[in-house]
Design a protein around this ligand. Structure first.
Ligand code: ADP
Ligand code: MG
Ligand code: ZN
Length: 633
């Protein structure tokens, strides 16, 4: 959305341009400069010269201004010709009169006295200028801050105003409708219901029901939460205020709270309407959770204000707050309480069908070749979010363009997927023949173990083409399952250790190439022991904290002794998996070597190659989607 802020109440003031301050300052300074030197022809005169001129009767008038300066006019001129800075006033008059007397002048020139209140100058000097100076500095300071910190430059007088964009009949948003949001059927149904609440409140309140005040969209990044909210703006036909959580946050105390107040005031005037707060975790983080720095007072007061406002407006006042976050776990519990965000809509990563529909949406404007199948692509992209898929489509189009094709073909999509998963192919990364051999055996180790273990995800594709940070990669064929058994987790761990084990079995030495494998396996084992209760010694305990209210980074919920047991059990589990991998690979060293050789020759191998070496997997395959795992090495 563009910088198209349309806040009806502050429109007039917003036009105030800060460059005016600079212009006014410049004018003032110029005026000051010229005032001080009007009458260019003035000349300072010394006493001796003055006396001389008086005695020659060349002087027609001496005017003493403010008892300080004498303005001296010569004969025949109208303007002041000379000025003289008088010392003590009496002395001056005395000297002047005496000089004329001495010369015997009949009509001596008497000095006249005048008080000039140079209001303009005095006022300017003592009042305006210092103030102007202070204001100028303030403006510069604030603008700098605005620019540096939060991107809201030049809005000093609006700092407490909400920065929400308003979309309504006159100000239509970027055209997003439900048609542009694929999948997310449940979410859409809920949203439609909420829009209906706004439009026909009587239908629901007639029976005494209360309309929800707040709806929270929760889900991983890139799943279309913002998109969904935008589509509501397009569909709902009610005013829609859109703001991001971070827009409330500013360096200055009280600004956030005041912005919340302003936003709700504006909204109430436009009701029925929707307020959308994106990335609400920026302000909605649990309060006072961090005992070390005492939390962030400004953010807390912003959150408190939000809670107050949500409590403040009546249930049926026709304002619904829609918010989105991918960190529902860290949100303050008070936000989720009934009467605030009492509805939560989960926006999940798309499943097979969802991915297909998202491909459909994003392929609408692409020129596709005949061999492109959405079904197939959806199968190739498990775990991809909507944003990833949008990215795949765009990358594929760019790829095809680079290859000067007329249409985008299947291969372009495949390459785009590879690229998004693993980064760019690094064809010219220098890898010695020895390194290549190690990488090939490492990947072959993963492939072999996973092929030979019943519960591991069978491999479909292995490459040793370096890509992004990884030197090789293995694509698995995971089942999309909801619960995972201990065996499944354990077999996956063995397959993950298969890379290092192959290095050990074949070369008798191990390398750093297994870093990411080890990281993964360690985390997995730790989770099995401390979260899932899958270890006999720890037993059916879980130290997982789904509420996010406990700060386990500071205090462990278990004793030192338990901590030692956990360490021991995690180590045991990983070690066991490694031994098992060594065992499998020693028994199948031939197959492993054949596979590695094939990899060295072809750089990419598929499940067919594995089948040719090890035979068909006896356990059958129901599922046929793939996912990819990367390894450094
Ligand atoms: P987030 O959930 O992080 O707010 P966004 O809504 O910003 O994600 O999604 C980013 C982009 O991903 C969207 O602009 C859109 O192109 C694409 N996208 C995500 N989900 C979907 C979906 N369900 N249907 C179509 N496009 C989607
Ligand atoms: Mg978003
Ligand atoms: Zn590996």
């Amino acid at each position: 959305m563009e910088e198209n802020r349309n806040n009806p109440r502050s429109n007039g003031r917003r036009k105030f341009n800060f460059y005016w301050i600079y212009i006014i300052l410049a004018v003032v300074l110029f005026a000051f400069y010229f005032m001080g030197r009007d009458g260019e022809s003035k000349e300072e005169i010394g006493m001796g010269e003055l006396i001389e001129k008086l005695q020659k009767e060349e002087i027609s008038e001496i005017k003493v201004i403010n008892e300080k300066t004498a303005e001296i006019r010569t004969n025949g001129t109208k303007d002041t010709r000379y000025t003289y800075n008088i010392g003590p006033l009496e002395r001056f008059e005395e000297t002047v009169m005496k000089a004329q007397e001495e010369a015997g002048i009949e009509k001596p020139v008497y000095p006249t006295y005048e008080q000039h209140n140079n209001w303009g100058l005095d006022f300017l000097l003592t009042w305006i200028l210092p103030f102007a100076f202070i204001i100028a500095i303030w403006v510069i300071f604030m603008r700098g801050m605005g620019r540096g910190g939060f991107g809201g430059g030049g809005q000093i007088f609006n700092i407490g105003k909400s920065k929400a964009q308003l979309f309504d009949k006159d100000n239509v948003p970027v055209n997003v409708t439900f048609k542009d949001v694929a999948g997310l059927e449940e979410a859409k149904v809920e949203i439609i219901e909420i829009v209906d609440f706004l439009k026909n409140p009587e239908k629901y309140t007639r029976l005494g029901g209360k309309i929800p005040k707040g709806v929270l969209l929760v889900g991983p990044p890139g799943t279309g939460k913002t998109l969904l909210a935008k589509s509501v703006a397009g569909e709902a036909n009610v005013p829609f205020f859109s703001i991001s959580g971070s827009d409330f946050v500013e360096m200055f105390v009280g600004v956030g709270a005041s912005r919340v107040r302003d936003l709700f005031n504006n909204a109430k005037q436009k009701s029925p309407c929707i307020i959308f707060i994106d990335e609400i975790d920026a302000i909605g983080r649990a309060r006072g959770k961090n005992p070390i720095n005492g939390g962030n007072d400004e953010r807390e007061s912003t959150l408190n204000q939000l809670l107050t406002e949500m409590d403040g407006f009546g249930t049926n006042s026709g304002v619904i707050v829609l918010a989105a976050t991918n960190r529902a776990d860290i949100l303050d519990k008070a936000l989720m309480r009934a009467g605030r965000f009492d509805r939560q809509i989960y926006v999940e990563l798309p499943d097979l069908n969802g991915r297909k529909e998202i491909f459909e949406v994003h392929m609408r404007n692409l020129k596709l070749g005949a061999d492109v199948s959405r079904e197939f692509l959806a199968k190739q992209t498990p775990g991809f979010s909507g944003a990833d898929i949008a990215n795949v489509c765009n990358e594929a189009a760019l790829m095809a363009a680079r290859r000067s094709k007329e249409v985008i073909e299947k291969q372009d999509f495949m390459d785009a997927i590879d690229r998004i998963v693993g980064g760019l192919e690094k064809k010219n990364k220098i890898i010695t023949a020895d390194e290549k051999k190690v990488i090939a055996f490492h990947e072959a180790g993963h492939a072999t173990t996973s092929w030979l273990l019943q519960y591991a995800h069978p491999l479909v594709k292995v490459t040793i083409v370096p890509r992004g940070k990884s030197l090789g990669a293995a694509w698995y064929l995971p089942e999309e399952r909801q619960i995972t058994t201990k065996e499944q987790l354990y077999h996956e761990m063995i397959a993950t250790m298969g890379g290092r084990a192959a290095e050990q079995v074949v070369f008798g030495k191990i390398s750093t190439g297994a870093l990411s494998d080890l990281e993964k396996v360690t985390k997995q084992a730790f989770a099995m022991v401390t979260y899932y209760g899958l270890d006999e010694e720890i037993g059916n305990l879980s130290y997982y904290d789904s509420t996010g209210q406990q700060d386990y980074s500071l205090t462990k919920p278990y004793s030192e002794k338990t901590a030692e047991t956990i360490d021991k059990q995690v180590r045991k589990m990983v070690e066991q998996a490694y031994q098992e991998a060594l065992d499998i690979l020693s028994k199948n060293k031939d197959g492993l070597s054949q596979l590695a050789q094939k990899l060295i020759d072809k750089e990419v191998i598929f499940s067919d190659d594995l089948e040719a070496i090890f035979g068909k997997r006896p356990w059958g395959e129901e599922n046929n989607t793939t996912s990819q795992e990367n390894h450094e090495g």
